[in-house]
Every structure is written in C-alpha cells, then in structure tokens.
Design a protein around this ligand. Structure first.
Ligand code: AMP
Length: 114
C-alpha cells in the first residue's frame, strides 16, 4: 500500500481523472476545483514539500512547469491566462504532503490572492 494519497493515484490504487502523464509527471483534475480548470501536476518521485527539494530535483520541477504549460494549451486557457500555485506547509494551506503544482484557469483571478 502506498503511503500517501497521491502515490495511490500514481499507482492507480485510487481513481482520478488523469489528464496528462509521462515518465516523470502525472496530472489529474482536483477533486475540489477552485476554477473551471483545476489540475494538479505532481512528480512521480515522492517529495513532501518544496523545502525537501534537492539540487538534483531542479530538472524535475522544470518538468512540472512544462507539463502545466502543455495542459494549459491543450485545455485552451494559455492565451487568456492561468495561475500556477504551489503551497508549502501549513501556513500556505498544504494538505497533501507530496509536492504538487495547482494549475488554475477558466476564470479571472485577483491579485493579491488574499
Ligand atoms: P494543497 O492544499 O495545496 O495540499 O492541495 C491539495 C489538493 O488536493 C486540494 O486542492 C484537494 O482538493 C486535492 N485533492 C485531495 N484529494 C484528492 C483526490 N483524491 N483527487 C484529486 N484531488 C484531490
């Protein structure tokens, strides 16, 4: 049994609406969407938080952004614009301790976010 929720999605132990996958990255629809498009882009390698990122993970984090770029284009939000968010630890609201990039689109976002 995998030891975190997102590893269970990677291993297909629990279902998700998968929108993109390659050797290093999986992306799936957020179960509690905050925008018409809300996709989580995760590395297959388990890394708990941004604080746990190592220099050798730099390319992997770049791949998360490249996946987000592709999904945004495929889902038709690239031109209008979209938001990418990564929460780190409790004060930022991180609830799942497997790093993930939120890709949000399909509506107007305000700044600062509050
Ligand atoms: P964070 O608060 O940044 O850790 O984000 C965790 C995200 O995971 C939240 O937006 C949740 O809605 C989402 N989430 C939790 N469980 C699932 C699941 N089984 N499938 C898809 N998204 C999930």
């Amino acid at each position: 049994m995998s030891d975190n929720l997102f590893l269970k999605i990677i291993s297909r132990e629990i279902p998700a609406e998968i929108v993109y996958e390659n050797d290093d990255v999986l992306a799936f629809t957020d179960v509690n969407p905050q925008a018409p498009l809300h996709v989580l882009v995760i590395p297959k390698k388990p890394i708990r938080t941004i604080n746990d990122m190592q220099p050798q993970d730099a390319e992997l984090f770049g791949k998360l952004f490249l996946a987000a770029q592709k999904i945004a284009a495929d889902q038709g939000v690239a031109e209008d614009g979209y938001r990418v968010v990564m929460n780190c630890n409790a004060a930022a609201g991180q609830t799942v301790f497997h790093v993930h990039l939120h890709l949000l689109g399909g509506r107007q976002f305000s700044w600062p976010p509050g």
